[in-house]
Design a binder for this molecule. Structure first.
Ligand SMILES: [Zn+2]
Length: 390
């Protein structure tokens, strides 16, 4: 009799525990933030749905990214077809589809010579115009296509020097990336930046100041060994520095999901994804505490054509390039961008960010380049003379 009672009491406790855990899950699932102050966008470069599933499957890992409540897909194609990271970043930051290699601009490329039809306002500029702080954090070089897509306008992504120069005069608050060897400390300091090269130097930067970090080769190691400046540590540090009464916009990129999938290096991809996943957790944990922050997680495209092989019962790479597969689009704090597994154009992400930051002007916004015809003639001439000389 006694044991029956005990059993009953125990099952009651279990039931209660299950109810409590369901309630706390549901509570985080139904959070809709009315008064938005901050937006954090995390881009897993090359992260398809199967990049996440493969990592979970093979490592027995539970991805935090997979717990975000509002879920769907982003359609990533560019005007060139399957997108590259430049056109992908431009769609996510400016709300416009462009040709591959274009950064926050619509340009025609003729054998690498460019003519710019117009430049587009990106969400970093939108946030600055609203008096918000803006940060860009990546495991890639500062001139990589994704960070450049939130901080520069060029007709092609290879113009690393020009991109670095534009970042220097961008007026952004944080740009932390791997060193591309082109940012000169003295020049950045003269332009008002605190220049850092290690995580501890970054941590020591003034909260009220602007900081540019050119980290020398230690944000990410393919073999999973401890980095001296892990992306998740940079993410939490950036959030702490950017948090202020007017709010902020932060873009975080995990670049090595893409790089490892290009090399079909699954272990490297797993390591890159789990570090990115930790960064997502940092962002959402801040958002839960803050109460006025929306977090968006997506990719610019899928890399590696990762597919589940039914016969072999495992995932595998089927490509070493980008694919046109829809990528995950996951949101904490709003159901307006995506929900219930719907697929939306990647350009919707930029429009959503501008809207949530409180921008009331026209967006997407283009500035026409009236010199286009002249640039086009020059590009055709350059291409032709190079061919004759060659
Ligand atoms: Zn990419």
């Amino acid at each position: 009799m006694k044991s029956k009672k005990l059993l009953k009491a125990m099952s009651l406790v279990c039931a209660l525990a299950i109810i409590i855990s369901c309630v706390s899950y549901a509570a985080s699932a139904i959070v809709i933030i009315k008064d938005v102050k901050n937006v954090i966008l995390l881009i897993g470069d090359g992260m398809g749905e199967n990049s996440i599933k493969w990592t979970e499957d093979e490592l027995g890992y539970e991805a935090f990214t997979d717990t975000l409540p509002y879920r769907g897909y982003s359609q990533t194609d560019s005007l060139s077809g399957t997108t590259d990271s430049a056109a992908g970043a431009t769609a996510l930051s400016c709300g416009r589809k462009v040709y591959n290699s274009n950064l926050c601009s619509l340009a025609v490329l003729i054998d690498g010579n460019g003519a710019t039809l117009c430049t587009y306002t990106n969400v970093s500029e939108v946030a600055k115009s609203l008096g918000k702080k803006v940060g860009i954090v990546t495991s890639d070089l500062n001139s990589g296509a994704t960070p450049a897509g939130f901080s520069a306008h060029t007709y092609k992504r290879e113009l690393a020097e020009e991109i670095t120069e534009q970042q220097k005069s961008s007026g952004l608050d944080i740009i932390w990336a791997a060193d591309n060897g082109l940012s000169k400390k003295e020049e950045f300091e003269k332009a008002g930046w605190t220049y850092a090269q290690t995580l501890s130097e970054i941590e020591e930067t003034e909260k009220s100041g602007r900081s540019f970090a050119a980290i020398s080769g230690c944000i990410y190691y393919d073999d999973g060994s401890e980095s001296a400046a892990p992306l998740s540590a940079l993410t939490s540090c950036a959030i702490e520095k950017l948090d202020n009464d007017n709010g902020f916009f932060l873009m975080v990129e995990g670049a090595h999901i893409d790089k490892n999938s290009h090399a079909n290096n699954k272990e490297g991809m797993f390591n890159a994804f789990t570090e990115f996943d930790k960064s997502v957790k940092e962002a959402v944990e801040f958002a839960e505490k803050d109460g006025n922050t929306i977090v968006i997680v997506t990719a610019d495209h899928e890399t590696g054509g990762i597919t589940y092989n039914e016969e072999k019962k495992c995932y595998e790479y089927t490509s070493d390039g980008h694919t046109n597969t829809d990528v995950p689009l996951l949101v904490y704090g709003s159901d307006e961008l995506v929900k219930d597994g719907a697929a939306v154009k990647n350009t919707q992400v930029a429009k959503f960010i501008a809207d949530k930051l409180g921008y009331e002007g026209r967006f997407p916004k283009a500035e026409i380049n009236f010199g286009f015809i002249g640039e086009l003639i020059a590009a055709i001439y350059k291409a032709a003379t190079a061919k004759i000389a060659g």
